[in-house]
Design a protein around this ligand. Structure first.
Ligand code: 4NP
Length: 159
């Protein structure tokens, strides 16, 4: 099993959007039985809350379903279980490295999945309101991650 965790500050915008987008990709690739997808927040402020209404609306427009999202805070002791721990910006990277320094070498910036956008932050739509730009970046990165996992699992095109 390959376990993927997306992390953002609040776990109501970027990370649950990434989770929903990536889950759809994985399902479409026929990899659901091999890959788990989850998301969590650096902070606890929104714990138990559903996704931001604008995020839900945008995903709905794109035909991406949301499975009962309930925001949760990351638990350092659970990080061991993930093969990919992907954060949205430099601030997340600093925060998670402070919270769980033992795994620092395993944290990955989302934009580094997209070679031409490597090193960029996925800007926080909670403050910018630009959900469309976030969606575009998340789609691009999820395509790349899905390809990487296909290679890792030696996935073959169905005949
Ligand atoms: P996210 O969005 O990190 O993309 O899930 C945020 C949600 C809430 C807050 C910040 C970011 N907040 O400060 O409450």
């Amino acid at each position: 099993m390959i376990n993927v965790l997306f992390i953002s500050l609040g776990n109501i915008c970027r990370s649950p959007m990434a989770e929903a987008i990536f889950r759809k990709r994985i399902e479409e690739a026929g990899l659901s039985g091999l890959v788990t997808v989850d998301s969590a927040g650096i902070g606890h402020w929104h714990e138990g809350k559903e996704m931001h209404p604008s995020a839900r609306e945008l995903l709905g427009q794109k035909g991406i379903s949301i499975i009962n999202h309930q925001a949760k805070q990351i638990q350092a002791e659970h990080l061991e279980a993930y093969d990919y721990i992907i954060v949205m910006d430099q601030l997340n990277l600093q925060d998670i490295s402070a919270i769980a320094p033992a795994h620092t070498s395993r944290y990955q910036l989302f934009s580094d999945l997209i070679s031409e956008r490597a090193g960029e932050d996925i800007e926080d739509p909670f403050f910018t309101d630009n959900f469309e730009a976030v969606h575009e970046m998340l789609e691009a990165g999820c395509v790349e991650l899905c390809e990487t996992i296909k290679q890792q699992t030696q996935w073959k095109e169905p005949v």
